[in-house]
Design a protein around this ligand. Structure first.
Ligand code: NAP
Length: 306
């Protein structure tokens, strides 16, 4: 048991915050966990399942005396929450966030925070398609990357303490510049989500294939798209609105590649297709070798699991 922060306040009590609450408890990483969510229903559930020691009606109350404040709300809500909590933060407290986009969150949050508060933006590269206070689990961050994008003037001691805390939850921690983070995540997460949304939308629109057929004969590829496309609409709307430039850049490249593959199919260029698929297969192998996914068939799902 290593208490890193005496009191941790979780603002937003969805998948990420509830997973943090479980991991903090499992590791004994804080003496008190305070929480706040927007709706009375989420706050009620959080109390019912004992997610936090105290659940508060306002974010301002939740952050009182907290040594670490975690903003775990959708990216578009970060600025308003920061403005609300700013006057109530304990001097010297650390504020971090878990938003999937970094530069826009820094621009929205940093101007509100008073001097003496350590703002260290972060992003756990871990998640599921589920949301809400019941969706969290203690091992979500195990062996997953947690990216920190500290500002130039960040306090080294405060960053080291947060890093140690995240590592205690099982995460591997890396630091990078916020702009670079947004570009990398546009490639690895944001654009793939948009493509999955599009593919599921196309299947839904396709008149020739009835909905029943799409569901009944859904093959592994399509099923994986539907899993991704089931992710929280608010979260993903905010991701795209706030990582506009990087997503548009990657989408542009994606479209070019897609046209090249489309042409290869039209002209029967099997060599091009084969070389392309061989290259992409190697990327899958490196992800498995890096321990970031399972090599078990069908992503380790048991037979018949939808
Ligand atoms: P989630 O399960 O949908 O939960 C979001 C939480 O934020 C809910 O408890 C919601 O409260 C609360 N909330 C929304 N607006 C609020 C406001 N104005 N004030 C206070 N609370 C508010 O979301 P999540 O998946 O945990 O995502 C949270 C953050 O983590 C997002 O910024 C997302 O980009 C990031 N992230 C998500 C994933 C992922 O895979 N899901 C991965 C990495 C990072 P109510 O329930 O009362 O509405």
């Amino acid at each position: 048991m290593t208490v890193t922060y005496d009191k941790v306040a979780l603002i937003g009590l969805g998948l990420i915050a509830s997973s943090m609450a479980h991991a903090i408890r499992a590791g004994g990483l804080a003496r008190v966990i305070a929480g706040h969510a927007k709706t009375a229903e989420t706050r009620r559930v959080a109390l019912e399942i004992g997610l936090c020691d105290t659940v508060h009606e306002t974010a301002a109350e939740a952050v009182k005396d907290a040594d670490l404040v975690v903003l775990a709300v959708p990216v578009g809500a970060m600025g308003a929450v920061a403005a609300e909590i700013a006057p109530h933060l304990k001097p010297g407290a650390t504020v971090t966030d878990v938003g999937s986009v970094k530069q826009a969150v820094i621009d929205a949050v940093a101007p509100h925070l008073p001097p003496g508060i350590h703002f260290i933006p972060g992003h756990p590269v871990a998640g599921t398609e589920y949301s809400g206070p019941r969706s969290g689990f203690a091992t979500l961050f195990q062996n997953r990357w947690w990216l920190l994008t500290p500002l130039a003037q960040a306090d080294i001691g405060a960053v080291a303490k947060l890093r140690a805390f995240l590592q205690e939850m099982g995460a591997n921690v890396d630091e990078m510049d916020a702009g670079h983070h947004d570009l990398v995540l546009a490639v690895t997460s944001h654009t793939p989500h948009l493509i999955a949304y599009t593919m599921v939308g196309v299947a839904d629109d396709l008149g020739r294939v009835t909905d029943t057929e799409v569901i009944k004969y859904s093959a592994a590829g399509f099923r994986d798209f539907t899993r991704i496309a089931a992710s929280d609409p608010t979260m993903w709307r905010d991701v795209f609105l706030n990582n506009k430039d990087a997503t548009l850049e990657i989408l542009g490249r994606f479209t070019e590649e897609l046209f090249a593959l489309q042409r290869a199919i039209r002209i029967g260029d099997g060599e091009h297709l084969f070389a392309y698929f061989t290259r992409t297969r190697a990327i899958r192998r490196s992800i498995i070798e890096a321990g970031q996914d399972t090599s078990a068939p069908n992503f380790g799902r048991s037979k018949g699991t939808p």
